[in-house]
Design a protein around this ligand. Sequence first.
Ligand code: SF4
Length: 100
Amino acid sequence: MTDPALTPALARVRAGALCAGCGACAALAPGRVEMAVSGAGFLRPHQTGPVDAATDAAIAAVCPKLPRRNTRTCRGSRRAKRRISSRVPSVEPSSTSTIS
Ligand code: SF4
């Protein structure tokens, strides 16, 4: 069960133990979300005040650990990589090449 005081975005991050400790959420909600060292020694967001829906949406958009909505999906990115890799000829490493 998630902490009911958390914003939906932060609750999703906490539920999945996804946080990277970047601090972007705290930067978007100064005085309401602060970074603190967790028991495991990692920086994690700590919500200290109410966060409005617009700020929560901004956190969800900027958090590197939450999936982007209305943008390319991972599946789309894989398709794009396949398309690109099919056009680029493979290059075998040369055993005689040197780096100067
Ligand atoms: S923006 Fe996301 S990854 Fe960064 S500190 Fe906040 S919850 Fe963690």
